[in-house]
Design a protein around this ligand. Structure first.
Ligand code: BEZ
Length: 253
């Protein structure tokens, strides 16, 4: 996704960074450390890392997100940068990432850049969508897209949701040894009541929906809502079937 609405993201989806606080505990930033926050969004967790006294750099490929982060935390360093191309000016003690790595492609190039950004012995601490994440939503989206003429909707999927084994093996190829990994369900309530799922689709599923005209788009969204209501709607609240992969790895000396 390239066009983020930073304000809507910050107000309606604050759970994204609030859930990241658990990963931050795992990071356990120290005062003398230099830390890279990969896919920092609007910068709230970057700020929390800085509160521990660490020197932190937040990068994100979305200029709107970086603008919002700079406005909120003008004393911190934020850069518009793609993780697939980012070259650090000095190595980091840790790379941190929350709810961002699943947007970044290609995964092998991202892993290579993470490894290159770390000092020997440095650590990666990250949480992302894991294998099976939003599977029910995808399983409803694909047939709805086929019904409006997409032949291969899976090819439009912008996300990378690896299993523990797949991601640990990928990191190892770039000299990062997995020390801890867990895959767990995190059913996540969506803001907006009855409209929560369509707001989520508007915000995050642009790759699938943007090419559609208004009528097709409504047809797809209405079919997805109809199919998922018995599974993901509780009263008037939608609960997305998030599944997280949390991982810590260290760069071999
Ligand atoms: C996630 O955080 O798992 C996620 C968010 C938006 C789209 C897809 C996945």
């Amino acid at each position: 996704m390239s066009e983020w609405n930073a304000l809507a993201y910050d107000t309606g989806y604050s759970f994204v960074w609030k859930h990241g606080i658990g990963v931050l505990d795992m990071l356990n930033p120290q005062p003398d450390e230099r830390i890279l926050d990969l896919g920092c969004g609007t910068g709230h967790l970057t700020h929390q890392i800085s509160q521990a006294g660490a020197e932190v750099v937040g990068i994100d490929s979305a200029p709107d997100m970086i603008d919002a982060a700079r406005r909120a935390y003008p004393h911190l360093r934020f850069e518009v940068a793609d993780a697939a191309d980012y070259v650090a000016d000095a190595p980091f003690d840790a790379v941190f990432s929350n709810a961002a790595l699943h947007w970044m492609r290609p995964p092998s190039r991202i892993a290579a850049h993470i490894a290159a950004a770390l000092k020997p012995g440095g650590r990666l601490v990250a949480e992302m969508g894991g294998h099976g994440n939003i599977q029910a939503i995808l399983d409803a989206l694909y047939p709805a897209l086929r019904a409006v003429g997409y032949e291969s909707p899976k090819e439009l999927n912008p996300w990378y949701f690896p299993s523990i084994g797949e991601y640990a093996a990928l990191l190892e190829r770039y000299g990062l040894a997995a020390r801890f990994a867990t895959l767990f369900d995190r059913p996540t309530r969506l803001e907006g009541g009855e409209a929560g799922l369509r707001h989520w689709l508007d915000m995050f599923a642009g790759t699938f929906l943007a090419p559609l005209d208004v009528t097709q788009r409504e047809q797809v969204v209405a079919q997805v809502e109809r199919d998922l209501r018995p599974h993901l709607c509780q009263g008037d609240t939608w609960v997305a079937d998030y599944r997280r992969l949390r991982i810590a790895a260290t760069r071999e000396e």
